[in-house]
Design a protein around this ligand. Sequence first.
Ligand SMILES: [Zn+2]
Ligand SMILES: [Zn+2]
Length: 166
Amino acid sequence: MTSEMMAHAGGCSCRRVRYRMTTKPMIVHCCHCSWCQRETGSAFVINALIEADRVELLAGTPDVVVTPSASGKGQKISRCPTCRVALWSNYAGAGDLVRFVRVGTLLEPYRLPPDIHIFTSSRLPWVVLPPEVIAVPEYYKASERWSKESLARRAALSAAAGQSSA
Ligand SMILES: [Zn+2]
Ligand SMILES: [Zn+2]
């Protein structure tokens, strides 16, 4: 693999499942909600939002575990069948078309710093946020925060979703 390909490659702890993102994500969230805190056992999760067809499996096949979510509609968490590390999630909102890839599973997670901090109303008090990155108390509107390019990618997804449900 070239270093550019390696940049967005990742996998689980036992190395059974490996994947790569074929492009940059649309946006990177750092989520401080209590659900993400519980699921990670940590202060927050870092999710790279990317089209499902831009995540290429290099080895293994994750198991999909349906997990309760704040919306009540559940989230599908894709985990290694052996070591159970979570690699990405699909939420009901964007469905199967958008994967929330867990940035901590990348080989080089430092390459994808958060574009936005969300649900900071439940941020643990000792987590200090960088002043130069947008932070919102709960969620936000993509139309106000995403780059033009990412909004175009999102629009293409909605168009595809409309076709498949028609
Ligand atoms: Zn594993
Ligand atoms: Zn969250």
